[in-house]
Design a protein around this ligand. Structure first.
Ligand code: NAD
Length: 541
């Protein structure tokens, strides 16, 4: 908008709806679920605002019923990738010139659409595509997604308002330019909100995007694109393509206009992308921004003074919600011997109540894992544990893929604190417990710090404040998000900016100002109001 300084609307986190029995929202989301489940979709690439149907297509199935065909999605070839890059580059100038308030209006409107008319659709599509319970879908696809879009606008305003000091007779200004070129967003299967934010955050700052969602999230990613379109996003600002991730990525990274990558996914994929960028560095016009949030091996460290009910609840929720398929899911637990047995018994009692099945039955706490590969990987990890002398399968351990990819919530107890499941990211409903002698608390903190390559999230449970303080110090670099007496998952945008270091990522904190800063390249403009006319400084006189 010209000729005024705008103030963006006040933001607050979207309220999580409860979907209680008999509620309107429950009725609506189940109707949307049935409608989408029984409709056969043909999802197309979206380049420059146009849908592109390709010859090659891949079928989509919900993880909880792998015989039920949901339709197909189109597969891009090299020409489509080129077209998408061109489309992003062509849209760039107009999008940037549109200005912040107009861009912000589009994303704020998208947030209203998500929380209003599209809520049931984006939640139902996430329940179907990623097999999320309604609660998991609601906190992701509705609330977190809307929070990202709204808080990004507030943070962008703060960034644009940050201006340098101007001394007498001079005016200094910072212009927060978008990056030169286009941004590549690659998103994981597990959060609909992450896919949307990986594109929307750089786009809000004036960049244009090529987005490649995970093959296992396309069903809900399509809803995201529909919402952006309805909110008025101009053609070519976000271009969505699907297909062979290696081919697409190699081609995108070979463009000299590649300006940055906004990635969330596994550590090995991100490291490989970084290597490709390194090898291509002489070719690029600019040093690309490399932003990646990757894997985790998140811990719960328990002190003998911890509350047993709180610990067992945190383990159940932290390890098993969404089948443990959160980068922040608790997957290794250190229990002191004095309370270990009681905590494990309580977990066992709670697990007995838990029901497993498809997400449209609201009694189920656990649904299916994402795909066959994940199922096979988890099943073989459990089998290895059954065969090992160093670990015992205390609870769960059954896997059934006759209808969907169902893995029971599984608790392993190991005598080896470096057993493979204490170190490696499994991304499933498996948690490994190591029981330690109470007197070894301080040493165990060192063990927690050095056991895995990751440093994403972690929690300390204790009443003793000295013990908490010691954990805070010793585990300073072990987690980017650290929780005291709380489960290590469930970060809320604007409240707990999210990300970790070491092999967990570049720690640019999704949903914060720090992340948005990666998508701008500031230009300083200095203007003396009285420009000198004589080269001689006073000391020369
Ligand atoms: P993934 O690494 O398999 O896939 C992520 C994306 O990368 C997908 O779009 C995929 O198609 C693409 N991809 C796969 N192989 C590629 C290749 N060779 N070249 C380029 N792109 C490629 O991850 P996933 O299974 O979708 O998601 C789970 C992973 O994501 C876990 O490791 C989890 O910890 C991580 N994750 C991290 C965060 C975080 O904030 N730190 C959040 C969510 C998920």
């Amino acid at each position: 908008m010209k000729n005024s300084y705008i103030k963006t609307p006040k933001v607050k986190n979207e309220k999580v709806l409860l979907y209680e029995p008999g509620s309107k929202e429950k009725d609506e989301v189940l109707k949307a679920y049935d409608y989408l489940y029984n409709k056969t979709l043909n999802i197309k690439l979206k380049i420059n605002g146009k849908e592109i149907d390709t010859k090659e297509k891949i079928n989509m199935y919900p993880p909880h019923d792998h015989n039920h065909n949901l339709g197909t999605y189109s597969v891009a070839n090299e020409d489509h990738v080129d077209l998408a890059i061109k489309s992003a580059l062509n849209a760039k100038e107009k999008w940037n010139d549109l200005g912040f308030s107009e861009r912000a209006s589009i994303f704020l409107k998208a947030a209203e659409l998500i929380c209003g008319p599209y809520r049931k659709i984006i939640n139902a599509s996430t329940m179907i595509a990623q097999s999320k319970t309604i609660h998991q879908a609601e906190i992701d696809a509705a609330c977190e997604f809307a929070d990202f879009l709204r808080f990004n606008v507030k943070f962008a305003e703060e960034i644009y308002n940050e201006q340098p000091v101007s001394s007498n007779g001079t005016w200094n200004k910072l212009s927060y330019r978008p990056l030169e070129g286009f941004v590549y967003a690659i998103s994981p299967f597990n959060f609909t909100a992450i896919g949307g934010n990986l594109c929307a955050a750089p786009a809000l700052m004036g960049n244009t995007i090529l987005w490649k969602p995970s093959d296992y999230q396309i069903f809900s990613a399509k809803v995201t694109m529909d919402i952006f379109e309805e909110a008025g996003l101009p053609d070519g600002v976000i271009n969505m393509i699907f297909g062979d991730p290696e081919m697409i990525t190699n081609q995108v990274l070979s463009s000299n206009q590649f300006a940055g990558i906004h990635f969330t996914g596994s550590t090995s994929v991100f490291k490989n992308i970084w290597k490709i960028i390194g090898n291509n560095i002489d070719h690029y016009k600019n040093y690309p921004r490399v932003v990646g949030e990757t894997g985790g091996k998140d811990f719960i460290m328990v002190h003998p003074t911890a509350n047993i009910e709180e610990v067992s609840t945190a383990i159940i929720r932290g390890a098993f919600e969404f089948q443990g398929q959160k980068c922040s899911a608790a997957s290794r637990v250190y229990l002191p011997k004095s309370i270990g047995r009681e905590v494990l018994d309580m977990i066992g009692n709670k697990l007995n109540e838990i029901k497993i099945g498809p997400p449209n039955d609201f009694q189920n706490f656990i649904t299916a894992v994402i795909h066959k590969n994940a199922f096979e990987r988890l099943k073989s990890t459990i089998q290895d544990a059954k065969d090992s002398k160093e670990v015992k399968v205390l609870y769960g351990g059954n896997c059934d893929d006759s209808v969907g990819y169902f893995v029971e919530p599984t608790v392993l107890v190991t005598t080896d604190p470096k057993y493979i499941t204490m170190e490696k990211e499994l991304f499933g409903p498996i948690v490994t417990v190591y029981v330690y002698e109470d007197k070894d608390y301080s040493n165990i903190l060192n063990l927690v710090d050095t056991t895995s390559q990751y440093a994403l999230t972690g929690a300390i449970f204790a009443k003793d404040r000295y013990a908490i303080k010691e954990a805070l110090n010793k585990l300073e670099n072990s987690a980017g998000n650290f929780y005291i007496n709380d489960k290590p998952s469930g970060a809320v945008v604007g409240q707990q900016p999210f990300g970790g270091a070491r092999a967990s990522g570049t720690n640019d904190k999704a949903g914060s100002k720090l992340n948005l800063l990666r998508w701008v390249s500031p230009r300083l403009i200095k203007e003396p109001l009285l420009t000198p006319k004589d080269y001689k400084y006073p000391f020369l006189k």
